[in-house]
Design a protein. Structure first.
Length: 171
């Protein structure tokens, strides 16, 4: 059943709201993806707070125009799905890229980062970056390393002295 103008306007406003709030957006061609696989993808994305949906390309074009985002015109001639990441910039790209490794039907077409269109190559590079939590863990490890090394050195000297005293006592 065709959508009314009111429903289409609501979809466009929802798209606008999601595009403005999303930190990272990935466009993908889903042609040939089975329903079971699509549900599996949706579930894995939901766990990472990534919204996945299919919008009519004409409505997507309107939303992108209202957001002042330019994308390749050829992309709007194919069936497109959209993944919107709200936690960080890499979550959507990382999850889609990981899922695409096991499903050749999925083709990453591009994305949006900081309000600008990025190519599929850039999306794949973005997917290779560590997540925000991983970066925090690395920074924490770097910050705690000097104090951890100091404790180790102080402990090593006292245990070496203790070993010498035990050896002397055995003699």
């Amino acid at each position: 059943m065709p959508k009314t103008r009111e429903q289409k306007e609501k979809l466009v406003s929802t798209l606008n709201e999601n595009l403005s709030k999303a930190k990272g957006v990935v466009f993908l061609n889903y042609k040939g993806l089975k329903v079971k696989d699509s549900e599996e993808l949706r579930k894995s994305l939901r766990d990472k707070r990534v919204i996945f949906f299919v919008a009519k390309n004409s409505l997507l074009k309107i939303a992108l125009r209202e957001q002042k985002i330019e994308i390749d015109k050829e992309m709007l001639d194919m069936p497109l799905a959209i993944a919107l990441g709200f936690l960080d910039e890499v979550s959507a790209a990382k999850e889609i890229s990981n899922f695409a490794k096991g499903h050749e039907e999925i083709l990453i077409q591009g994305g949006i980062l900081e309000g600008n269109f990025i190519s599929s190559v850039k999306v794949k590079e973005l997917a290779g970056l560590p997540s925000r939590d991983e970066l925090y863990a690395k920074i924490l490890g770097l910050l705690s390393a000097p104090s951890r090394n100091l404790v180790y050195l102080l402990n090593a000297n006292s245990s070496a002295l203790l070993n010498v005293l035990i050896a002397k006592a055995k003699q």
